[in-house]
Design a protein around this ligand. Sequence first.
Ligand SMILES: Cc1cc2nc3c(=O)[nH]c(=O)nc-3n(C[C@H](O)[C@H](O)[C@H](O)COP(=O)(O)OP(=O)(O)OC[C@H]3O[C@@H](n4cnc5c(N)ncnc54)[C@H](O)[C@@H]3O)c2cc1C
Length: 380
Amino acid sequence: MSVNEYELIVIGGGIIGASCGWHWVNATNADVLILEKDQPASKATGRSAGHLNTYASHKFPSAIREYCIEFYQELSCRHDEITIHHDQDYVLAHSSEGADRLHRLTEAHPDTFTYLDSDNLQTTDVPFNTVETTAALTFDRALHSDPYSLTTAMLSEFRSAGGTLKLDSVTDINTDGDRFLVNTTDGTYRSEYLVNATGAWSTQTNSMLDISLPIKARTSQIAILKPDRQLDIPMFHCPDLGLYGRQELGDDVLIGGGTSSFIPDPNGFSTTVSESFLVHVSESSDRIANSLRDARVAESWAGRCTSTPDRNPLVGSTSLSDYYICAGFNGAGVARAPFAGKLVTELILDQDLSFQPEPYAPSRFNEADDFKVKSHSTDW
Ligand SMILES: Cc1cc2nc3c(=O)[nH]c(=O)nc-3n(C[C@H](O)[C@H](O)[C@H](O)COP(=O)(O)OP(=O)(O)OC[C@H]3O[C@@H](n4cnc5c(N)ncnc54)[C@H](O)[C@@H]3O)c2cc1C
């Protein structure tokens, strides 16, 4: 049986695998293969809200934020199917503690955020429930886009530049001298370098090589609401309520919320939202905007997010030489995919690094570290 040889194999055809492949093929002439067990962008990526820049982006250094925004803006210029939507993000507090947090956040980042107390908020014409909201913070550089189009655009450029994408499931990985032997449902591939970009499956993929790293899968859910009257709502985040949202196509409103539910087996996961999520959305929506009080749920879904102990992703080398991980994005992998693909490519090629790698180095954790999964939506 002939074994196809590649310099790099990326396992996973979500937005992270697509970015790893894109950056590799644009930095080298070397052969690269992306293996995807289902369809590209069919898992967390395709279920995501597609927020690319929100108030929470300040948690990443500006070099990372700027690179990601520029990358997506340039990609959108080359692909008519991509629209980058510009929005204003309102972080709404629904408690006095929340109002204090927003005040402190604005003091720490006065050039980025504007603080509105409840009196100021009532003088604006935003459609939020200003009686329930104790304070708000605004961030006027919010962006969102369709994550499926971003991924397929990257993959189409990846293939045009000589990369190979195969729809094939990795079942087993062995080492053969200084090469990896990657067994799949349809065959065996050999490579010098291997990147694990399997998102919620990354622990399963690591276990094929006896690697243990602290990444856990957790649920995140979205409901699409149809308000009974037209509503032009800006992007919003409500950490006190554990919910976020924005205007969807037409008059629909997207409301999402992470949960702290650990997913023990990503293969056995149901994409149906929980009843408790729908009840929470229904009970909370008029606290966010009065016009959402009688909105009906038109559509809903659940997806597999990931968690790490410090909420930062794992991007870099592992204890096994030439085996890299690019996973654990804690609900922000669409926004950070360009950075992750670039950093992992520069690390493999031993190039000058565009970003500080230490906060994302897998070696910052003890293999034995255990932790509780935590939702992103309750973050301030
Ligand atoms: C409801 C929801 C809302 C979200 N909203 C946002 C948001 O607004 N902004 C944001 O930045 N992020 C958001 N996220 C998080 C974001 O979706 C993820 O961080 C990102 O998509 C991770 O990309 P990925 O490529 O690592 O994972 P995935 O898209 O899950 O891709 C991993 C791929 O690996 C494949 N795979 C697994 N095992 C194998 C194997 N053995 N062989 C071959 N292929 C394999 C899978 O089939 C899958 O396609 C959201 C997530 C959810 C669920």
